[in-house]
Write a protein that binds this ligand. Structure first.
Ligand code: GLU
Length: 249
């Protein structure tokens, strides 16, 4: 279980995501990756085995313009560390992209069912079943409800940040047994597995609890419990320095 960061706001997401991943490096990991989404360019995904610096090198020289994105440092539990097993993972159509901390315990059975329905898998991870489940449900219900339905089926633990090409100005984040914090900035939000990746941007945070989901747009956020009821959670103002956040982490 390693690190997650998602950014949505007015600034270019890629450099903020890389900087956030570096703040999470102390946890140890084997690979890293990010996806940035924009209406103009769709989703740009870059992955690299090894250090976040390797990912940064792959990005160097590319001007990634999107202002919404998700990123991940992976500690492989299912499938060796390699580009195709690195997160973000995607569905068949290339609409849903997500990063995941944790383990989907019933992934084998879910994967077999999805393959029978015609889904094509491109990694050896447990995580990828979540993308295909959301894709499957998103055929009949909207993005948020598709995520809810997928989360009801999976067994295990997750911290998730998810984007969808069909709704490019949105990040959905959810947790169960993996930490997730939402940072509330000025006209921007940062969701991360650890305050250390947020504190440089804002000290106003909302700690998500198990079973909760956040739907985040550039203007606002809403939090729902597992029963899909909106919950009104106040933000906490942290009196933490960056150094302290990193130590606490
Ligand atoms: N189980 C997932 C994988 O092996 C996520 C691991 C993690 O938490 O980094 O890809």
């Amino acid at each position: 279980m390693c690190g997650i960061i998602g950014y949505i706001g007015k600034q270019k997401a890629a450099s903020i995501l890389i900087e956030g991943l570096k703040r999470l490096e102390y946890r140890g990991y084997d690979s890293a990756g990010l996806s940035v989404i924009s209406r103009e360019f769709g989703v740009e995904t870059i992955k690299a085995v090894g250090k976040v610096a390797n990912l940064e090198n792959k990005i160097n020289g590319k001007d990634i313009l999107g202002t919404t994105g998700i990123a991940h440092t992976r500690w492989a539990t299912h499938g060796k560390p390699c580009d195709k097993n690195s997160h973000p993972h995607s569905d068949c159509e290339g609409n849903i992209f997500l990063v995941h901390n944790g383990i989907v315990e019933n992934y084998q059975e879910l994967k077999e069912n999805l393959i029978k329905k015609g889904h094509k898998f491109s990694s050896e991870t447990d995580t990828e079943v979540i993308t295909h489940l959301i894709e499957e449900f998103n055929r009949s219900v909207d993005f948020k409800n598709a995520v809810l339905k997928a989360l009801k089926i999976i067994k295990g633990t997750y911290g998730l940040a998810i984007i969808n090409k069909k709704e490019p100005d949105k990040i959905i984040a959810a947790r169960l047994g993996s930490p997730l914090v939402l940072g509330i900035g000025r006209e921007e939000f940062i969701v991360a597995s650890d305050v250390a990746a947020i504190i440089r941007h804002t000290n106003k945070v909302v700690f998500l609890e198990d079973g909760e989901m956040a739907v985040i747009t550039p203007e606002s956020y809403e939090i729902f419990n597992a029963k899909n009821k909106a919950v009104n959670k106040g933000a906490t103002e942290l009196d933490w320095s960056l150094e302290k956040a990193e130590k606490q982490g």
